[in-house]
Design a protein around this ligand. Sequence first.
Ligand code: NOJ
Length: 541
Amino acid sequence: MTKELSSVPWWKKGVIYQIYPRSFMDSNNDGIGDIKGIISKLDYLNDGTPNSLGVDAIWISPIYKSPMKDFGYDISDYQDIDNIFGNIDDFKLLLQEAHKRNIKVIMDLVINHTSDEHPWFIEARKSKNNPKRDWYIWHDNKGKRPSNWVASFEMKNAWWLDEKTNQYYLGTFTRHQPELNWRNPELKEAVYDMIRHWLDMGVDGFRMDVVNWYIKDDQYRNNPWKLSFNPIDVQRHIYDRNRPETHDICKEIRAITDKYADRMLVGEIYANDAREAVSYHGVENDELHMAFNFSFLFQRWSASGFYNNIMEYYNLLPEDAWPNFTLSNHDQPRHYSRYREGEYTDAKAKVAAAMLLTLKGTPFIYYGEEIGMASEKIAKKDIQDPLGKKGWPIIKGRDDARTPMQWDGSEHAGFSDHLPWLRVNSDYKHKNVSVQSKEEYSLLNFYKKLIWLRKVSNALSAGDIEFLIKEPDNVLVYKRTFSNEEVIVVLNFTRSKQTVNLDKEGKVLLGTHRYDGERVSLNKWKIYPLEVLILKKISSV
Ligand code: NOJ
């Protein structure tokens, strides 16, 4: 492996922070977050000192012009910013201000579908022979729907009848998100031009939405049904997703991106089989720089569970691929709540944070996780998410993971002076950035310390990894190495004391129960319940 840190690209070493823009910071007090709000918080994210979080990049969920039927994941103009969030000048200012602070900016790239209000679709639906007709996926109405594919957010068949032309178009999220036809060369060129437009402007890369949806079976064959307790997982997606031709598109987008220096593509490949996701790294790392690893989103709390999860993932990755980890995002309940266990919850959140930020792989932080934001149930009448509104009644949607950022204890948590688009969590008065900045041992300060420690440790940001306890029951212990630097991470996942017996010594770099600089020998070493201990090997101290 490379021993020169300078040759390791930023997206391998760095920490990426996801912003859900509606909920991050509202600058114009309309109750919805915006670009100027993000700019006002850039110093919080990284002001160049350990007083700030220290993240290296932000990924902003979609801010393009949109009717907001899926809160921006339904785009009606790929080259404009929705006026809810600001305008193109605000965005250019954001780029400038972020870059000034060494923060990269990653845009969301939603190119499986557009909004039904996108001018391309408005044109396409005018007539069967409209030049843009073939930019979308159509099928004659022969009395029954062309296939059994399901629109995930409506729990209905995904073929929607266009009465004027008596043909069905495909929309596998909502009816308002018609799917683009990636077999049409003109459509591809139009999208590629749009990609170049943002790269030319200076964006540092893209988070690519539902990559494995791009291409559908050209014969529209039915998916087999499957038994599942999760109503949005009732089919085996053999024909509407995961088609091999999708890899060609990823190669083309990678080739475009590679014409620019230092850019990065990370793809959302939501599939039951983890092999599907890792295949998007490409055989010769010629597709996406990374495919999201979502396995932690569904991992129960246990050292052995995490160990198996991590090892399985590392073993699946192609040789030259770089790993990544995510504990929370805008589509799933927050991990603070998933791992909630009364008075132990904060300690568990620290163990989880230490794991995320010290494993080999790029960490993705979801806004608010650094203060332990929870997923609190949203009352049925307040649900905003189309998945919660339109889907089956037992599906409550994703709003609980999208509530406004808790900045301080003032009304609306300092997010806005206006009633926010989604109510703030009930705990905001004591759980917020302002309170936690002042508490030395808060979760927020722990995230800051971990992130700044990564920056001064080549082993933690870019090193190799080796687990020192194989098949662990209670405690994860792993070693990160880079050249002659060695860091050892010890994480107790249990609520009881555990003994670690390893022939290793080190000085504490960071921990939850020990002083920095304290000397520790892991020979019959007792580790406290839910303790985090990060050591630097003595010889290299
Ligand atoms: C995946 C995104 O993460 C989700 O939020 C969105 O609703 C769908 N793709 C549709 O674009």
